[in-house]
Design a protein around this ligand. Sequence first.
Ligand code: NDP
Ligand SMILES: O=C(O)C1=N[C@H](C(=O)O)C[C@H](O)C1
Length: 251
Amino acid sequence: MGKLRVAVIGAQGRMGTEAVRAVTAAEDLELVAALGRGDRLDALVEAGAQVAVELTHPDAVLENLEFCVRRGIHGVVGTTGWTEERLASLRGWLADSPATGVLIAPNFGIGAVLTMRFAQQAARFFESVEIIESHHPGKADAPSGTAVRTAQLVGAARRAADRGEQPDATMTALDGARGALVDGVPVHSVRLRGLVAHQEVRFGDEGEVLTISHDSMNRSSFMPGVLLGVRRVVETPGLTFGLEHFLDLDD
Ligand SMILES: NC(=O)C1=CN([C@@H]2O[C@H](COP(=O)(O)OP(=O)(O)OC[C@H]3O[C@@H](n4cnc5c(N)ncnc54)[C@H](OP(=O)(O)O)[C@@H]3O)[C@@H](O)[C@H]2O)C=CC1
Ligand SMILES: O=C(O)C1=N[C@H](C(=O)O)C[C@H](O)C1
């Protein structure tokens, strides 16, 4: 079998640079295009790309994906900022191109995927939960896609366990002091020079606190997940949301 033909969109960015390096180094993959801002998407077709790794910006990702899906190019997407409305658009394009697969991974880090899973498992046992995500100051969005996904998973697990709203006796607060509520879970975003990507999920109940934390020390930590996504998406039509679906995690 020939090598899988892979393109990277956002190739000059922090993640894109790493992805270009990782794809180039993989023996079973061939980097056929590396697109930056202003480059024509037609270059993907001309290069015969089978999979596009999308690592740009929330403002650009939809247009890029529509182009790819309509041409049967599979997508591996790290770019954040996904809402139900945006996902609905993507599902519509995929419905018209049923053999095409798109993986959206809020986080490609294996440890981060496990953090989300462990938080989901712990959620029903604790009265209180808060999420603190910390990133480099160049990050375009807040809260992080990982924190939003974690809050959604925790919120759903709390609802399934009939946990009501968590206690919070705050009467007055400065705007933002209690973070942003995502699915009933307060999420706090820190932006600090020197950081890469970090998250703590803090659970509390009478007399005990459980903290689940994860740190990405560099962006090469995301690359095994990117490469796994590239290899698996070509055999997985439709939308896959979350790298956990490509990992053999026990329930
Ligand atoms: N899922 C995961 O595990 C991870 C996801 N991310 C996400 O990936 C995305 C990129 O992050 P990061 O690499 O740090 O960001 P960067 O800003 O470093 O890189 C983004 C790159 O995309 C370019 N770009 C913007 N618009 C377009 C476009 N329309 N076509 C082609 N290129 C474009 C930018 O160009 P210019 O500089 O000119 O704007 C820049 O080079 C973010 O959404 C981030 O949250 C990041 C890390 C891990
Ligand atoms: O922008 C980043 O850097 C990251 N973005 C993703 C997110 O928003 O969760 C993944 C990781 O946290 C790094």
